[in-house]
Design a protein around this ligand. Structure first.
Ligand code: FAD
Length: 749
């Protein structure tokens, strides 16, 4: 299963007048309309059946274009065939769909919800936005949000006038709200939607039509398009954002080139870098996001020696298992290093996995980075102190909660080692918050640029694309001294990493195999030396002394390997067909071959146990760079062919040809297949026959960024040719296969 971004999908109904209270009287005088924000699974908080204010849906997608967990029930509800087609006739909606074009079913959940809303009579008041994480969500999200406020305003006006107009037959549906609730003065602050108490922040964005409103003056309430106009910092750095956010919105000063040089922060370079921008950005006014309100209090307490615990895992689902064997599958001169680990799961019958399942590996943050973070926060001497996290009494964040993944009674060291993803790429809201804790004006300006609308390209180039970590960023901006609470507010949970099972229990009872490439992040601006992926680097270090290399015999007295924590992640659809007669095709280049080794081991065992039985054809399309360096499981795959378990093995090598051509780039062609999709095309007749005429299955596993998309496009081409239909029809046919769960993906990016 692939995933895009497991964020909650939410709906926001913009309607309610803010409740009156002393502080909010000011808002009331401005006749505030604010937004209610609910997650789609909180159906006790909203009622679309009766909703008479504009509703905004923000929907992400997970897995194979599926709705995220917290949208599942909602999608199921609106799909019910028993609903009349005027069920949502009263509903006025806008929708922002979040997706990633690296995956085949772009924005699928958003599209599904929209289709059903429309089929049920809902009216769109603003064109749907389809934001693509493949190129940066903000490319669509920012302009979409800018237009949204005006659209809401217009929709509210229209709804109010519709209500005051003489009724034309819908007499039974009179709204419960008083007309006052529909006053078209929209007060919205994107980062605190529905924050009833946050009068200050609401006030700061009165009548703005942009989310980039944090530094707008509170006196800007009469301005129609107040945006924060942050110009380069003054030479003295005296007018920082903090003062601007309380004062005027527009500050004009000279560019950073005129500044005095700060130690450790070179800014007089010709080329742009993480810490230094070039014109026009360096001279541009900036629109920065609203400042997210701080909401956590963190205190550290010396409670004597705290017992150092490893991970606090759920004992029922997470098991500590020994690594039995570690093999390097690639040769030393391969670009990537692929490793196979064998785990001994015999002590845990609940880990009874099926081919196609994956499992989570729980890894800690790297000790040197935790140490670096402690030093950076100036908390190295308090590493063993007890951390107490609580909500700020006067916090302005709606629905604020102490993160559930921070257990009680933990030390600071534990928090940074096991709870927070300290490697995570800082989001723009985090950068915006860091500005407030940055002393140096040049550095502050650069952080403002990186989180600004104008600095989007720089953010992508220097932060997002190279996956810059928070620690790397803090090292590059030495005058930034965030409090620990800010890190806890902005760093996500340290997530376990999933891996596909690369074995069958029938062939390896009590064992579980998995295969992975050691991820390498090259050096970049802000990262002087390359580093490895968190989990794959950790596993590599763990097993390195006992690693067995290709061609070298395993010595019996090899080192004992450590234990790791894992839990099973069953995948109910990515399974071999239940009917053994049904033919199936597997597409798995590189480590994407992993689950298919499990499929084939299981099939081999079934064949051995039922020598008389008839089995459907099996095809495997595998690809790698070089036959001699990274052809994973070569012997085992050739063995499957010899035994008849695998009917067709189609392998291609993307770089072997190239070398023969002495470095000349050779255009990929169907006659000389370089990638799996070229081989699929060469075998188009058989593939389409299996899929379209024999009710067969096609499985794709591995790289989501390029391969899965290329395979998808190729399948569409093949269907077009085979069925003599146009693109749309071919896409529909493929979507049909997907719905029937005969075209299945298990992909990761
Ligand atoms: P991280 O430190 O988490 O870094 C990886 C992230 O950095 C990725 O988002 C990637 O896009 C990005 N990245 C990688 N290289 C660069 C670079 N050079 N520059 C910038 N960004 C970069 N992986 C396997 O190898 N084998 C499997 O069988 C397997 N099965 C999976 C099954 C599922 C259901 C899922 C969801 C994922 C699977 N993965 C598999 C992926 C795996 O879970 C990890 O994501 C992967 O091993 C990297 O983990 P890491 O902690 O080492 O890297």
């Amino acid at each position: 299963m692939g995933w895009i971004d497991p964020t909650a999908s939410c709906s926001a109904c913009s309607r309610k007048q803010s409740p009156a209270s002393t502080e909010e009287e000011k808002c009331k005088t401005a006749r505030a309309t604010i937004a209610e924000l609910s997650c789609l699974n909180q159906n006790e908080k909203y009622n679309l059946e009766k909703e008479n204010a504009p509703v905004v849906f923000i929907v992400s997608t997970t897995g194979d274009g599926e709705p995220p967990d917290n949208a599942l029930q909602f999608v199921k509800r609106i799909k019910k065939k028993t609903l009349p087609n005027d069920h949502y006739k009263h509903l006025c909606y806008a929708l922002l769909a979040l997706g990633d074009t690296n995956y085949a079913n772009f924005c699928n959940c958003g599209k599904t919800i929209e289709r059903h809303l429309q089929e049920l009579g809902a009216k769109q008041f603003y064109a749907t936005g389809y934001a693509d994480d493949g190129v940066g969500l903000e490319v669509v999200v920012d302009p979409w949000l800018e237009g949204l406020w005006k659209a809401i305003k217009a929709a509210l006006s229209k709804m109010a006038s519709d209500r005051t107009a003489p009724s034309k037959g819908d007499a039974g549906e009179s709204p419960k709200e008083t007309p006052d609730s529909y006053t078209p003065d929209v007060l919205l602050n994107l980062l605190s939607l529905g924050d009833h108490q946050n009068c200050e922040s609401i006030k700061a964005s009165v009548n703005t039509d942009s989310k980039y409103a944090s530094a707008a003056s509170s006196s800007a309430s009469t301005t129609q398009t107040a945006v924060s106009d942050l110009r380069p910092a003054s030479p003295a750095g005296s007018l920082g954002l903090a003062s601007q956010s309380r004062g005027t919105a527009s500050i004009s000063t000279s560019a950073p080139e005129t500044q005095t040089q700060d130690a450790g922060f070179p800014h007089l370079t010709l080329a742009g870098s993480l810490t230094c921008s070039l014109p026009p950005l360096s001279e541009s006014s900036l629109n920065v996001p609203a400042l997210p309100p701080p909401y956590l209090d963190v205190s550290l307490q010396d409670v004597g020696t705290m017992k150092q615990i490893v991970g606090q895992f759920n004992k029922e689902t997470v098991h500590e298992v020994p690594i039995d064997r570690a093999l390097q599958l690639t040769s030393g001169d391969s670009v990537k290093t692929a490793l196979l680990l064998e785990l001994d799961i015999s002590a845990y019958p609940t880990m009874a996995y099926q081919p196609g399942d994956s499992f989570d590996v729980f890894c800690p943050n790297k000790a040197t980075e935790v140490d670096g973070m402690l030093h950076r926060l100036g908390l190295q001497d308090q590493r063993n102190y007890h951390v107490h996290v609580s909500l700020k009494k006067d916090n302005k964040k709606k629905g604020a909660q102490v993160p559930s993944y921070i257990p009680q009674n933990i030390s600071l060291l534990y928090l940074l080692t096991w709870c927070l993803e300290i490697r995570s790429v800082p989001k723009k809201a985090f950068l915006r918050a860091l500005v407030e804790h940055t002393g140096d004006s040049v550095q502050r300006r650069r952080l403002q640029e990186l989180c600004s609308k104008q600095g989007g390209a720089d953010y992508n180039q220097y932060v997002r694309d190279p996956s810059l970590s928070v620690l790397e960023l803090l090292t590059a901006f030495p005058s930034c001294q965030p409090p620990l609470s800010l890190l806890i507010e902005h760093l996500p949970k340290l997530q376990p990493r999933p891996y596909s099972a690369a074995s069958s229990r029938l062939k390896h009872p009590g064992k579980l195999h998995f295969v992975f490439n050691v991820v390498e992040f090259p050096a970049c601006s802000g990262r002087p030396a390359g580093r490895r992926g968190l989990c794959t680097g950790w596993l590599f270090d763990l097993i390195n002394p006992g690693l067995v290399f290709p061609g070298k015999a395993e010595c019996s007295g090899s080192l004992t390997l450590p234990k790791i924590h894992v839990s099973l992640r069953p995948n109910c659809s990515f399974r071999p067909p239940s009917d053994p007669l049904v033919p199936f095709i597997m597409v798995g280049p590189g480590t994407g071959v992993a689950p298919f080794i499990g499929f084939l081991q299981q099939r081999e065992n079934e064949r051995q146990e039922n020598p008389e039985a008839v089995f459907g054809e099996t095809w495997l399309f595998f690809g790698c760079r070089h036959r001699d360096r990274d052809y994973l499981f070569r012997e085992e795959l050739e063995g499957f062919v010899c035994s008849g378990t695998l009917s067709h093995l189609k392998v291609c090598f993307s770089r072997d040809d190239q070398e023969q051509e002495e470095g000349k780039e050779v255009a990929p062609s169907v006659s000389r297949p370089r990638y799996v999709q070229h081989n699929l095309l060469l075998n188009s007749q058989y593939v389409t026959e299996i899929l379209l005429k024999q009710n067969g299955y096609l499985y794709v596993c591995g790289d989501a960024k390029n391969m899965a998309k290329d395979v998808n496009d190729t399948l569409i081409e093949m269907i077009k040719t085979e069925l003599q239909v146009d693109q749309l029809e071919a896409m529909k046919t493929l979507a049909g296969l997907r719905e029937q769960k005969r075209y299945l993906q298990d992909i990761w990016g």
